[in-house]
Design a protein around this ligand. Structure first.
Ligand code: BGC
Length: 812
């Protein structure tokens, strides 16, 4: 069964059945103010930080699922319905939800009334606009009652769900004209409030939840809506809400727009009050006035569209396959922006409370985002580097609001430093801006400890070589990329966090082949950077270290048919044919083949053949095999997941591209592309019911072959999968790869392809690239011409800003 379809011309996914297998969501907002919105209008908004500045209450893991959002109720005679079907679930005559680039349109129709709501956050605005268009589609006049509804969160989403003895006393609101203001805690330590307005006179309102919903009712049947009569309630403590009541009359064919604004305001400390106890509403009124007509809203919406046109014009593919084009040109790029904005904080699988911005995660996210807005990526990478420790270790996470490292999680994840090299070099490769290396960047957010960004990179590189184990391989610390391979944890206590507990790390021999491969791969980028900067001594020193690591991997990290995964605390092998479970892992085989370690000796080919044989499945490549079936205390969380899920032999979509890239290094374009299409959402649209999560974005994990339901996905949206798949397809399969000295063209495509075309904007100029594959090879550039002139090699050097060039690439 299918629940919707792609509309590529509008860059939308169109959902036609509201009862999707899981809420299918979208994200609104781009810089400071954000919203999550499901296909039935569930979700919430926040300013910058989903934990500390939550505007609306959302109950995760609730029954029913996805209960809470911005709801509009229409009471037409005895019938009560919502344009997004929920929460009343009254059957609609028509329903459609269109998720687009940072906007969502939800339309419901019932008994001759159509209600269409456009939700979006205008650029540079701290507010969500909800433009409701009500149309009388019947032949008779219609008179009905219209209610808005939104429940306020008391700002801190964590304490909002816990500290009821306090929370039930603090709630405060004001109502003035058609605007409901939420000002809980404003009179003490907060200088911010929220508001919910509508651009028409209202016929009543409610601000107290129990009055509106009824203590024994639910959102499905709020008391006030059933009664068709607001109570004009004022919240004093308990649970404040905002509901407007409007009586609507429409002649046949007549339409009317109601514009709601849900916004956030911050005032200066000395400018907080209009009069005693009355908040200063000036800024809110300015925003409301800015969007109080349909025409103004339409202009703002066009601006948002134009913004996305610009972003998506940087890389445009014409491959001849709609699925690939929509993946590369629209949805994968969109998801990359979302992961850049949210890291792993707020989705329908991430509560917005648990995790802030991840050090490793956000650096990897840059890979898929940097071409969209390099200046934003620049700031981000500086923010991230500022949370590094002076010895090169890193805070594993930081809060977006404060940009400070998260003490509860701390550091000790020994892959983290290398990802900074990825982040910074990706930025330079895209932008050509080397000045970032001279920026003075703090350690541990302490300005007095600032050093240049270049030094941060050196210190990152050194962190790995300063922490080698008995096999001359990198010590793993708390974990490497695989958060669940906790080799120094040894936990027997279910209340301990696997990730932050080290019960046994003194004298540990736990080493990681994944970090080893990562070090070689990005170590080479570091060396190249040193060379470009004429830091030749440093380049030579670094080269020696990289060579030493390559040797250590060949000597101590090769298992005969594939690369080992790790050594445990005692120095025993993990990911070896000697093991009963977990004989082979994806990560080390990905990174070591990406870095072509032992390629001359045939190691890469063997390793990738083993991956194909042992890890490949119909739905993607599983992380390890055989799955762990019992708890291995010396390995930690990985063995706690039932077989086939998450890091225990799930298809972890984040690292499938590492194998794809490894395959392109070998020149096996058919296999690389086959792996790509197995997990790319647009290619698996037909299995929506099994797949469950949104068919337009990647999920973190698809259940593996050992799972109860192989092919079922979980944890959509916020995953490094977005950036890595985008990198795999654009940079390695299509092979259009930013490099320090220009744009490298090195495709590795399926042999049956005749070629493809890409329009690439790069460093201020435009390249119309046509790749021709007359001999049906996978890899190997025979000739490149720029505007008819042949160039040497396959690196397009830096060209002239503002110009457009035609590039013909012939393979074979
Ligand atoms: C985390 C990543 C981690 C991955 C694999 C994700 O949930 O955000 O940092 O690398 O899991 O364990």
């Amino acid at each position: 069964m299918k629940y919707g379809h792609f509309d590529d011309d509008n860059r939308e996914y169109v959902i036609t059945n509201p009862a999707t297998p899981f809420p299918w969501i979208n994200y609104l907002g781009n810089e400071d103010f954000f919203s999550l919105i499901s296909n039935t209008a569930g979700g919430y908004s926040f300013y910058k930080d989903a934990k500390f500045r939550r505007l609306n209450r959302y109950r995760y893991n609730n029954v029913p699922m996805d209960d809470g959002g911005r709801y509009f109720y229409i009471k037409d005679g005895d019938s009560v319905w919502n344009p997004g079907w929920k929460p009343s679930k009254t059957e609609l005559d028509k329903y459609e939800c269109r998720h687009g680039m940072n906007y969502t349109k939800i339309k419901g129709e019932k008994n001759g009334i159509s209600a269409e709501v456009l939700f979006f956050v205008p650029l540079n605005t701290w507010a969500e606009i909800q433009k409701v268009t009500l149309t009388n589609t019947s032949n008779e006049a219609k008179k009905f009652k219209f209610f808005s509804y939104n429940e306020w969160a008391l700002w801190n989403a964590a304490s909002d769900m816990e500290n009821f003895q306090r929370n039930f006393n603090t709630g405060e609101v004001e109502v003035e004209d058609s605007v409901i203001y939420h000002k809980t805690e404003y009179r003490e330590r907060r200088n911010h409030f929220a508001y919910y307005s509508v651009n028409t006179e209202i016929d009543g309102f409610d601000t107290d939840r129990e009055t509106f919903v009824g203590l024994y009712n639910s959102h499905e049947k709020p008391q006030v809506v059933l009664a068709g009569q607001p109570e004009n309630s004022m919240a004093h403590g308990w649970s404040p809400i905002a509901s407007h009541y409007i009586e609507v009359e429409l002649n046949p064919g007549e339409a009317k727009d109601l514009i709601f604004v849900l916004g956030y305001v911050e005032n200066q400390e000395d400018d907080k009050w209009e009069s005693k106890g009355v908040i200063n509403k000036t800024k809110a009124k300015e925003v409301i006035a800015k969007f109080n007509t349909t025409a103004k809203v339409e202009v703002a919406f066009e601006e948002l569209r134009a913004y996305w046109d610009d972003i998506l014009n940087v890389f445009t593919l014409e491959s001849g396959d709609d699925r690939l084009d929509r993946q590369v040109n629209i949805w994968n790029q969109y998801q990359c922006m979302i992961t850049f904005n949210f890291s792993r904080s707020a989705s329908y699988f991430e509560s917005g409370i648990g995790r802030g911005m991840g050090f490793r995660d956000s650096n990897q996210d840059l890979l898929g985002f940097v071409h969209q807005a390099p200046d934003r990526a620049r700031q981000r990478v500086i923010d991230i580097a500022s949370t590094q420790f002076p010895d090169g270790g890193c805070y594993h996470q930081y809060q977006p609001l404060t940009k400070r490292g998260n003490d509860e999680v701390g550091g000790g994840f020994n892959d983290d430093p290398m990802w900074l090299i990825l982040g910074v070099t990706s930025y330079i490769k895209e932008s050509g801006d080397y000045t970032i290396l001279d920026e003075m960047v703090p350690f541990d957010n302490d300005e007095s400890l600032s050093q240049t960004m270049f030094n941060h990179l050196t210190i990152s590189f050194n962190h790995v070589i300063n922490n080698l184990g008995p096999n001359k391989l990198p010590l793993i610390g708390r974990a490497d990329w695989n958060d669940c391979l906790n080799l120094n944890c040894f936990s027997k206590d279910p209340n301990e966090s696997f990730q932050t507990t080290e019960n046994n790390s003194e004298g540990s021999k736990a080493e990681s082949l994944m970090i080893a491969g990562l070090f070689v791969y990005y170590g080479r980028d570091y060396i190249e950077l040193c060379k470009v900067l004429n830091k030749n001594e440093e380049a030579t020193r670094a080269q020696k270290e990289v060579d030493a690591m390559v040797n250590a991997i060949k000597e101590n990290g090769w298992d005969g048919e594939w690369f080992l995964r790790a050594y445990d605390f005692y120095g025993n092998k993990i990911g070896s044919k000697e093991n009963e479970e977990g004989k082979i892992f994806i990560e080390s085989n990905g990174w070591c083949t990406m870095a072509s370690i032992g390629a001359e000796e045939g190691m890469c080919e063997k390793a990738l053949d083993s991956v194909k044989e042992r890890l490949d499945t119909k739905y993607g490549i599983v992380l390890n095999n055989p799955a762990y079936t019992k708890y291995h205390i010396e390995m930690g969380e990985i063995s706690t997941y039932p077989p086939g899920y998450k890091e225990n032999a799930g298809i972890f979509c984040h690292n499938n591209p590492w194998i794809m890239i490894g395959e392109t290094e070998l020149g096996r374009g058919d296999i690389a592309y086959d792996y790509y299409t197995k997990i790319a959402p647009a290619f698996i649209e037909d299995i929506q019911e099994l797949h469950k999560t949104e068919p337009y974005v990647y999920s973190q994990m698809i259940a593996g072959k050992d799972a109860f339901k192989p092919g079922e996905a979980k944890n959509s949206w916020l995953t490094g999968t977005a950036a890595w798949n985008y990198a795999a397809i654009t940079q390695h399969i299509l092979g259009i790869r930013p490099a320090l000295q220009g744009l490298l063209i090195d495709p590795c495509i399926p042999t049956k392809w005749d070629g493809f075309k890409v329009k690439r904007k790069f460093r201020g100029y435009t390249l119309n690239i046509e790749v021709q594959n007359p001999n049906h090879v996978s890899k190997g550039v025979r000739e490149i011409t720029i505007d008819g002139t042949k160039i040497e090699g396959n690196l397009i050097p830096v060209l002239t800003e503002g110009k457009e060039y035609d590039v013909i690439v012939t393979l074979g």
